[in-house]
Each structure stands twice: as C-alpha cells, then as structure tokens.
Design a protein around this ligand. Structure first.
Ligand code: ATP
Length: 231
C-alpha cells in the first residue's frame, strides 16, 4: 500500500531522515519507535506531505505521491493525526470533527461513527475544544482524521502528555479503526504499547533505520539496543 524508497529529509543542513525504506501492506498496523529526535514525526509528516523529501520516493497504492501537496494526499486517503493534536481551540468539538470531512472520501466514518467510537466525544460535542482534557482532545483529533475516511491513518504519539489510563482508552479504540479496514502507521515512544498494537516495528535511531521486523520475530533486547543505539 505504502512504499518508501531511500527517503532523505533535511532541515537546512541537518539531515533528519537518512535513507529510510519501508513498506506497509493494506490492513497492517506498523509502529515507528525511537527516542526523542530520532525522526519519527518527520517521517509521518513527510508521508503526509507536510515536509518535503530531499530525495527518495514515496508511492501509495502504486502511484508516486512525492510531489502531491498534503491536501491531495488526504483526498487519496492519507490522513495524519499530528503530535500535539492541533485542534482549532475556539471551535466546538463537532466543528473540529467537521473540518476533517473537507476532503472526505466515501467510507465508513461519519459523525455518528466517530461518536460511537468515542462516546465521551459525543457528550462534549458542543464544548469549545480548548476546554477539553488532553485525552478528550486526543480522541477528537483521531476522530477528525477519521472523518476524511482515510485508507492510511498516520498517528503521531497519541500518548504524549496523557495519563496511562487515558492512553489505554485511546488505544482501546484502535482495533475498531483497524477493523473498519484502515491501515495504521503510528509513532509511539513506549515500546510496550507499540508491540501490543502493531504487527511490525520500525525503529529509528538518529534518522536511520536501526531495526525493522515483525513484532514476534524481534527480541525485546534487540529493540532496546536499536532504540538506544547499542546495537
Ligand atoms: P519527538 O519524539 O521528540 O517528536 P521525533 O523522533 O519525532 O522526536 P522529529 O520531530 O522528527 O523527531 O525530529 C527529528 C530531528 O529533526 C530532531 O533532531 C529535531 O530537532 C529536528 N527537527 C525537527 N523539526 C525541525 C525543524 N522544523 N527545523 C529544524 N530541525 C528540526
């Protein structure tokens, strides 16, 4: 479904992603793990079209998308839930959700389906987004992405700044998203959570691939070594 070939990304002189190759099949859940600054957000943002690659290729369902602007990638079914959630603070929950439908494709997701996935979001539907808790905001951010009916959902650090019990609630929704036919590429710093939800891992270390493979084919010690660069 998605293939990255020798992807390089720079911020000025800084080489943030170094020759990343990765492919994801339809229906898979893949986790990108790695320490702070490893390049995880940069990877998702580049796939979504918010950062430009310096070289390499990104193909989606057999079609090169490198040169497409972000909104065209959304229309093709690629949707990013950014780190830090980035809701419109002065809009209501429902208005935030509806902004996600602007480039919507046909599919299972609608306001009703998002409310069924996150009942608490429905309870808060008329509340201003700035007044939500972090966990509620995260649920709205995921719901907003789903409103575009993505085929490929890119989730950037859904746990960031949330209490573990709240993270559990957000992650509990993931199997339902996957069951709806959505392929998921998620960034997660917590190795335990990543291995619990993903079928495959891709570990970044200082912009390079340090380890990749099926969750059940890599040993925990290997993951830790790749994560901290002791391989
Ligand atoms: P985190 O978990 O802290 O978000 P990450 O693995 O997602 O880390 P990125 O945010 O992708 O890492 O950042 C990778 C590297 O690129 C870091 O060294 C970061 O400082 C640098 N970087 C990120 N964004 C920019 C930018 N806009 N300009 C310059 N450097 C940047």
């Amino acid at each position: 479904m998605l293939r990255l070939d020798d992807l390089n990304v720079h911020y000025g002189d800084f080489h943030a992603l170094r020759g990343i190759s990765l492919s994801i099949d339809e229906g898979e859940t893949v986790a990108v793990i790695g320490a702070n600054g490893a390049g995880k957000s940069t990877l998702l943002r580049t796939i979504a079209g918010l950062n430009a690659a310096t070289s390499g290729e990104i193909s989606y369902r057999g079609q090169p998308v490198d040169r497409l602007p972000a909104h065209r990638r959304v229309a093709l079914g690629i949707s990013l839930t950014p780190e830090g959630r980035r809701l419109f603070p002065s809009l209501t929950v429902e208005e935030n959700l509806l902004t996600g439908a602007a480039r919507s494709r046909p599919g299972p997701w609608s306001l009703r389906a998002v409310y069924d996935l996150f009942p608490l979001v429905e309870e808060r539907r008329n509340r201003i987004a700035a007044r939500l808790s972090g966990g509620e905001q995260q649920a709205v951010a995921i719901g907003r992405s789903l409103m575009s009916n993505p085929a490929l959902l890119l989730l950037d650090e859904v746990s960031l700044g949330l209490a573990p019990v709240v993270v559990d609630q957000v992650y509990a929704a993931l199997p339902k998203v996957v069951a709806s036919g959505t392929t998921v590429l998620l960034v997660e710093q917590d190795v335990h959570r990543a291995t619990a939800v993903a079928g495959r891992l891709h570990c970044l270390l200082a912009g390079r691939t340090a380890l990749q493979g099926a969750v059940d084919s890599v040993r925990y010690e290997q993951i830790v070594a790749a994560y901290f660069g002791q391989a």
